[in-house]
Design a protein around this ligand. Structure first.
Ligand SMILES: NC(=O)c1ccc[n+]([C@@H]2O[C@H](COP(=O)([O-])OP(=O)(O)OC[C@H]3O[C@@H](n4cnc5c(N)ncnc54)[C@H](OP(=O)(O)O)[C@@H]3O)[C@@H](O)[C@H]2O)c1
Length: 257
């Protein structure tokens, strides 16, 4: 029986991963901070899909929280076959006006936690000769703007490098790079998204379906939806800084109210 551990599993993209993997018959380990929400979601998934669901309350912005999830991933008696590093958040304001403490927390959750959890998981997976890691990045990875985009660029680059280093081991990695997805993300960050056109929004369940399909096809980077594939292609060939300027303008427009 396959076991999947998902961080940030109680809302948005992480909850969509939990629904999809439960419907595929996986046993689940759900990680987030809010214990009540974790328990409610676990009960719902057990009811809907009849799978075993474990909850692990952990704050990935703390050493203790990261260590608790590392320990679960390293537990050889209860192997984890699929790790989804999804927990993340948006930052209020643009650099250098965003609160500095939030930027440091973001580095901890988006980079240090992803590095430590990927390492704990892949060490155990490599010994078993199989396993999958999905690291949720963003299309922001391809458009330099502030700490958020920089952390997501790190996630993509780290995942590509680790995938190369682990090639042939039976362990596969994927960096998932969605555009705007309707979740709690923007509201939690206090962002005004009124100006974002309807066509720009993606559905979390479809984003997850694309990720799983791309992982099965052996891809290392997944950009869901044609409109964002085109945007990422343009960002790669545009003169350096051009998209950063567009993105900065958008950041001010869609930034905090
Ligand atoms: N929505 C978008 O437009 C979009 C686009 C591209 C990429 N992404 C990325 O997708 C990922 C998921 O975002 P989302 O849109 O699904 O966000 P969301 O709806 O706000 O859900 C965030 C999840 O992460 C958990 N979480 C947040 N901080 C945490 C922490 N310190 N420790 C443990 N869990 C934590 C939350 O639960 P608790 O609060 O209970 O901890 C929640 O389950 C993020 O990495 C984000 O950067 C989002």
């Amino acid at each position: 029986m396959t076991t999947s551990l998902i961080t940030g599993a109680t809302a948005g993209i992480g909850a969509a991963f939990a629904r999809r993997l439960a419907s595929d018959g996986h046993r689940l380990v759900l990680v987030a901070r809010d214990t009540k929400r974790l328990d409610d979601q676990a009960a719902q998934l057990r009811r809907d899909h009849g799978v075993h669901v474990e909850v692990l309350a952990a704050d990935l912005s703390t050493d203790d929280g990261i260590a608790a999830v590392e320990a679960r991933l390293a537990d050889r008696d209860r192997p984890v076959d699929v790790l989804v590093n999804n927990a993340g958040f948006g930052i209020r304001g643009t650099y250098p006006d965003a609160p500095f403490a939030d930027e440091l927390t973001m580095l901890k959750v988006h980079c240090e936690a992803v590095l430590r959890l990927t390492t704990a998981a892949t060490q155990a997976m490599r010994d078993r000769g199989r396993g999958f890691v999905i690291n949720v990045a963003s299309v922001a990875a391809f458009v330099p703007r502030g700490t958020y985009a920089a952390t997501k660029a790190w996630v993509v680059s780290f995942t590509q490098g680790a995938a190369r280093d682990l090639a042939g081991s039976g362990v596969r990695l994927l960096a998932l790079c969605p555009g705007f997805v309707r979740t709690e993300f923007h509201e939690r960050a206090g962002m005004n998204v009124d100006g974002i056109p309807g066509w720009a929004w993606l559905d979390a369940d479809k984003v997850v379906a694309t990720a799983i399909r791309d992982l099965a096809r052996g891809r290392v980077v997944s950009v869901p939806d044609l409109r964002y594939k085109v945007a990422v292609g343009l960002a790669k060939v545009a003169p350096s800084g051009a998209f950063g300027r567009v993105s900065s303008t958008a950041g001010r427009r869609f930034g905090p109210r």
